[in-house]
Structures are given as C-alpha cells and as structure tokens.
Design a protein around this ligand. Sequence first.
Ligand SMILES: [Mg+2]
Length: 239
Amino acid sequence: MTAAHIPTPPALVIFDVDYTLLRPGTRFEAEGYRALGHEFGLDLDPGRWDAAERAVYAAMLERRELLGTLHDEGVYEIVATTIIEELGGGDPEVVTAAARAQLAEWWNVEHFTLYDDVLPCLQRLHDAGLALALLSNTSRDLDAVAAHFGLGAFVDLAVASSVVGHCKPAPEIFAALLAEASVAADEAVMVGDNLEDDVRGAIAAGCHGVLLDRRGRWDVPLPTIRGLDELPALLGLLG
Ligand SMILES: [Mg+2]
C-alpha cells in the first residue's frame, strides 16, 4: 500500500493515544525508573534502557502468543516488572512492589502531556470536516482523557480495548469502532506509533494505516510521518 491509496480526505481519522497524542512523563523513562528504584532501595542502571525496551517487546510478544488479542489487564505490570528487572532488578517482592507503584502512576493522566503537534493537527482536520476518533489498548475512560486534555470538541468517538474485549491489532476492535462511526473500513485512516498494533492492524481490518515515527526508527514501505504536523497534507488538506 502506498500513500496514494489513502482517500484524500478520508471520512474518518482514527488516532492511537499513548505515544501518539499523549506523551508519558519522564517518570516512565530511564531516569524515572532510576528514581523509582531509589525509592524502593533498588540500584537501577538507566544505561540499560535500550535492553529494557527490547525485553519489553519480547515479553509483550510472548504474552500475546499466550492470550491472543484479548484485552490484557495484566500486561501493564509485566511491562514495568520487565523494565525494572532489565535495569538491574533485585528482591522479587521489592521489584513487584515497585512495578505496582509505577503502574498506579500510569493511570494518572497528570503524568501525561499532549505532544506539541496534537492540537494544531486535530484543529486542522476538524476544521476540514473530518470525523476523528480515538482507539486505544487501555482501560482508561477515553472520553474523560479527551476532556482532560481539551480534545472533546475534536473527538467524535473513542473506543478502548477494555470495553470491546479485544486489543489492537485484532480486527474486532477496528470493526467495533467503524460500526459505531458508521464508516466503511476503506474510508478510514488509522494513525499511530505502533507498527503492528496500529498500522498493520488497521490494514488487516481493511482500513488505511499511517505510522507516526517520532524518533525516526523505522524504514518500512508504508505511509510514515515524523510528526502530526505532516498529517494534514498526507490526507490531502493543503494550506
Ligand atoms: Mg501508542
């Protein structure tokens, strides 16, 4: 698929939430984990962050092989535990306590901010009359999240995996959103930072996919943008 096949403009633009619209705070990065470890008496090495990210990826793949694409409330603690262990770990009970403390903070929207390019992009698409949706693997109340960040006026509907019971990249969650929006799959474009869940999931569901690669990490033959400022033009909105 190439960018040329994306309808310009599409009837519906679907956004992933975490790392696409919402930027997790520094407490969820290497130095934040070092500080968390300090609170719990663990000596964590932020220099091992890249290895931790790879370990999280492997752990999530393993978890998915076990559970398929069912909504998975347990994966969040596994992510935090894996990171802590990869950064140095320690007594398993202490690691678990630290992971649970970190997880509790993940659900606090006060630790997140909007990326700078979010509001201008959503405003531009909204002004052009495009319907906009949120689609997230989460158990957060997405309407509350949208309201908290001032996105309520732009977002027409929001679907969370905890409600549907399936996670991206499952076709079921895309189908649930499309049914609610009354939009045909090939009239919808999904934009997200996760190649498998957001982009390949959308394509498998018959939608179009745009990869948001903020860190320039990917080289894939799929429509890719480095920031949301590039999205309006990709969707045929000029000026
Ligand atoms: Mg994401």
